[in-house]
Design a protein around this ligand. Sequence first.
Ligand code: GAF
Length: 400
Amino acid sequence: MTDEHGPGRVTAGFREVYGTEPGGVWAAPGRVNLIGEHTDYNDGFVMPLALPHTCLAAASPRTDGVLRLHSGDVPGGVVELRVEELTPVADGTGGGDHGGWAAYPAGVVWALREAGLLTGAAGGAELHFESTVPTGAGLSSSAALEVVTATALNDLYRLGLTPPRIAQLCQRAENAFVGVPCGIMDQMASACCTEGHALFLDARDLTQRQVPFDLAAEGLRLLVVDTRVKHELGDGAYANRRAACEAAARALGVRALRDVPFDGLEAALAELERLGCDAVTRRRVRHVVTEDRRVEEVIERLDAGDTRSIGPVLTAGHASCRDDFEISCAELDLVVETANAAGALGARMTGGGFGGSAIVLVAEGDAEAVSKAVTEAFGVAGHRAPRIFPAVPSSGARGL
Ligand code: GAF
């Protein structure tokens, strides 16, 4: 990372805002998900990798219980809150407006307090953030903001939290304080990924395996294509997908859809039909169960040292997101179709859907032609030009 976007710049930003030197500087990355979409809240499998793009925080503790938050990326001044007064949106007290972006770090402080980790007068802090994770691109800029906050406070207050525990507290912040019903993938990716690896995660018990993912050694590249669209539909539709999955699991008498085995899928779908469950919900179930299987397939192929062969599995994952889970959109479909027609090995949407980004697996020698084909297709369709960059598997949250 160049110092232009590194510790020097965020330290200077902190100094300018607060007039003192920070106690330290921390970084937490955004992510792309290689495979395993909308499986995390079904207790299933995911396989994200961290991007080189990070949210940086320069921070110092305070002893008066005051929390001061400032972003170098968002216009506006310092947001000042009292730790003991932080109130989640979901408790019915009407504390809904936490000031946009500041709700994420404030929610993390709230979650630490609720867990009994910040007590008494302690727990105040001053933080200044600067991020290179594109926002609204489905690349987990919010999780990066949460995880960098928790990682900084963990060190400043010597809380002794492990990266998975940090991820859980950040998910709690987002679910209960901000009010977004996300799963655990993004926070785990930001907290736990390591350079040169994808993270194979079991979202039920958080067991994880770092899977070597050295694309350059195999003459491959993974491109991120940020479509630069975010459809309004997204927010309510995420909660709606989650509710449908949970209802189907209840109807089947299992704890989560992860408990429906791949070879028992047809029987489970027939049982749901018999119970009067609608065709849409049955398609949602089929996506989740087949997607868990695709994660296992990708793992098997990577373990066998055959990265190229994961391409068709990625493309099949996209078809399932598009047709069964219905979370794609015209722009994402256009990336996948165009990239594959132009010689990519496979492509799919990544993240929550309804816009955001796609990933494209491509031989290094074809990367330019594929990028050009996608950009041209966007021009012809009248879409804004997409932003395309390589996903280099990078490190999770850390002190700098
Ligand atoms: C979003 C959520 F935050 C994740 O938890 C996950 O469900 C993902 O959408 C879809 O796989 O990024």
